[in-house]
Design a protein around this ligand. Sequence first.
Ligand code: DAS
Length: 380
Amino acid sequence: MFAYINLLYLLIAVGSASPIVYPRTTNDTNPFVFTNSNGLNFTQMNATLPNVTIFATGGTIAGSSSSTTATTGYTSGAVGILTLIDAVPAILNISNVAGVQISNVGSEDVTSTLLLKMAKQINEFVCGDPTMAGAVVTHGTDVLEETAFFLDATVNCGKPVIIVGAMRPSTAISADGPYNLLEAVTVAASPLAKDRGAMVVMNDRIVSAYYVTKTNANTLDTFKAIEMGNLGELISDTPYFFYPPVKPTGKKAYSIANVTSIPRVDILFAYEDMHNDTLYNAVLSGAKGIVIAGAGAGGVSTSFNYAIEDVINNYGIPIVQSTRAMSGEVPTSDISTDSALHIASGYLNPMKSRVLLGILLAHNKNMTQIAKAFAGSTDD
Ligand code: DAS
């Protein structure tokens, strides 16, 4: 019945000169005034504004602490999506928003199962709905770059997918979450944000999800793409893009419509005096792919390199060599030998390399196909 009334109102709106507006209700037990065809609820529906869906996963942006000065030691994911939206009424001047509570966890607890659920729901509720302008994902910052990379690779309808977090809990003085959320919804609702892939919007910056990384464990300006720079910024909540829409070199799109799980991929850190058994332990523990956070441009010890080549040739496990350095490229030339197919990560850091390798294994790509997919990040 409710949906029928909505449809009636929308028909009137389409027919009438002045667009219909469902103002916010004061009814706290049922704050929703509109339900769309996918069953998503809105606390306002103003037909003159774009529609954005916010997918909440938890993290500091939804964190709380008894102290207003604490920026550590708080509870992640303590606050639900409606509370987040209600804390920033200015959002409703920019966009109608629906909220989907995917999870409410610290980002360290986000799993590949959650990532698949997120990507499938964004594809269904945003890409599949012509009335929806874009998506926002609220997320913990610690592994945000991995989720951002995964969504950038698996949601490719051209609509903006904006990942946002906070470095201070919502209870802190000058909490950054509310303004970050306002900026994220603003970009998700902006026609300028189309065809740019997923982006991370935090601290007034707009950064490509393909390249962004968390550069500092504590500070508000932590998310950067060190060599590639920002795609744009926001000033007084107005987005400015520095370039026309552009695709990162080598980026490819992958469907996860028929993917039900992502194979295990482990990351091993290179260091002085590293031991080979860590590699064999990962393989024997069930890893179907390995990423090495190599020293410099993918470097490992001579002995460990023998182990790599043994695992590639005799266990058939793909091994991607990335760098433990904060930025830079691992070119094929720096790691290749005649005795095994070493796979270079290009400009992808170990965390993003692991996400890409997992997606490629989920699509049953062989080592040669995997090597070509990574080579695209520099040679395309
Ligand atoms: N609580 C940590 C997380 O969920 C940090 C954060 O969100 O900023 O990633």
